[in-house]
Design a protein around this ligand. Structure first.
Ligand SMILES: Cc1ncc(COP(=O)(O)O)c(C=O)c1O
Length: 385
């Protein structure tokens, strides 16, 4: 071992890493009190405490803001944290939320179980029925909350029309764009005030990250979202942000490849025996196909739902016969996975509500990946047999 003649600080000289470092530090050192004041009061560059801000989150937020055509962005510790941050930043006790009536189960739990404890109540409306939305807006809610492509049955909403209606009634439009991703559509371009994404899904894309994103258009809202994230403890961690940035680099390619597979697979599934129904916005038999052509400019998505004849037993038999399509209750993985909404994402939704939405015991939700279509079909065929 050679001993360096002179003690040197680790230095990169004139070089820089091509890949950004992970700033895995929960706190920063500050030269003096004046420097602290300059960061905290005057917006000088610098970091103090990672729950307030850290370089990996800030980089990722800026990239996602650009990607989603938002004026600003904040990265949060999960998709649910992103929804919570928006609500906490905008809604006060006594105000109401109007929400679409086909949403991710945990979002419904937040609105129906948690927020009433703080004096915030939510009404639900069919977001595809614009007359019903207009009527419901007469209660003057603070927020109108919808999913661009709904979980699980992939109903598509008219973001522009909803934004106009919300604004005419003094409400802010919040769009959960998780199933669509910014590749398919950018809700803030269509008039939404806030967009949120679960980065856990297609954007990070490798099932090794739990993160969320809030994009907003009004600069005055940014401090409130940042404050909600820090004070309520909704912040992200550096390593997840670093992984998500890597996923983001291939999001466009992965999403387009997965959409192509999903479209062909949906048509193929519709012809298989034992399949009672197929839901895919790119198919003419989907109730929102015409709208999807207008709203989902970048493709019809990587999610496909199908119903097996034979309910829960048939699903169990499918899972055993096709282990190459893992039952893994999330979405957006680079390889195909499946979920069972009735027992996972919508487990805590009442049976009557599941029935209303068409979430039956035989319904399987596929998150189609980018492996070869033949490989997916081969494994699916084993399950369907
Ligand atoms: C449509 C939708 N929104 C939000 C979320 C919540 O995201 P996260 O799991 O990152 O909290 C999910 C999770 O499945 C989802 O499907």
């Amino acid at each position: 071992m050679t001993t360096p003649k002179k003690k040197t600080k680790a230095s990169l000289g004139t070089t820089n890493p091509l890949v950004p470092p992970i700033y895995q530090s929960s706190v920063y050192t500050i030269p003096d009190l004046d420097a602290l004041d300059a960061i905290m009061n005057d917006g000088e560059p610098g970091y103090i405490y990672a729950r307030d801000a850290h370089p990996n989150a800030r980089r990722l937020a800026q990239m996602l803001a650009k990607e989603s055509a938002s004026a600003w962005g904040v990265v949060t510790g999960s998709g649910m944290a992103a929804i919570s941050a928006i609500v906490l930043a905008t809604v006060s006790q006594g105000q109401r939320i109007l929400a679409g009536n086909r949403l991710y189960g945990r979002t419904v739990q937040l609105f129906s179980q948690e927020l009433p404890r703080f004096g915030v109540n939510t009404d639900y409306v069919d977001a595809n029925d614009l007359d019903a939305v207009e009527k419901a807006l007469k209660k003057s809610p603070r927020l109108l909350f919808v999913e661009t492509v709904s979980n699980p049955l992939l109903r598509v909403v008219d973001v522009k029309a909803l934004a106009d209606l919300a604004h005419n009634h003094g409400a802010l439009l919040v769009v959960d764009n998780t199933f669509a991703t910014p590749v398919l559509t950018k809700p803030t371009k269509l008039g939404a005030d806030f967009v949120m994404e679960s980065l856990t899904k297609m954007i990070a894309g490798h099932s090794d990250v739990t993160l969320g994103f809030v994009g907003g258009m009004d600069d005055d809202m940014l401090p409130a979202v940042n404050a909600a994230s820090s004070i309520w403890g909704l912040a992200s961690n550096p390593f997840d942000c670093w992984l998500a940035e890597r996923g983001l680099a291939t999001m466009d390619l992965r999403t387009r490849a997965a959409c192509a597979n999903a479209g062909t697979l949906a048509d193929w599934l519709a012809e298989q025996s034992g399949v009672a129904g197929v839901w895919y916005p790119g198919r003419e038999d989907h109730p929102d196909h015409a709208l999807a052509k207008r709203v989902l400019k970048g493709g019809f998505g990587h999610m496909v739902c199908f119903e097996l004849d034979g309910g829960r037993d048939a699903v169990n038999r499918f899972l055993h016969a096709a282990p190459g399509i893992p039952f893994s209750p999330s979405l957006g993985h680079f390889a195909t996975t499946l979920s069972h909404p009735a027992t996972t994402s919508h487990r805590y939704v009442s049976p009557a509500e599941r029935k209303r939405q068409g979430i039956t015991d035989g319904l399987i939700r596929l998150s189609v990946g980018i492996e070869s279509l033949e490989a997916i079909q081969e494994e699916m065929a084993k399950g369907l047999e």
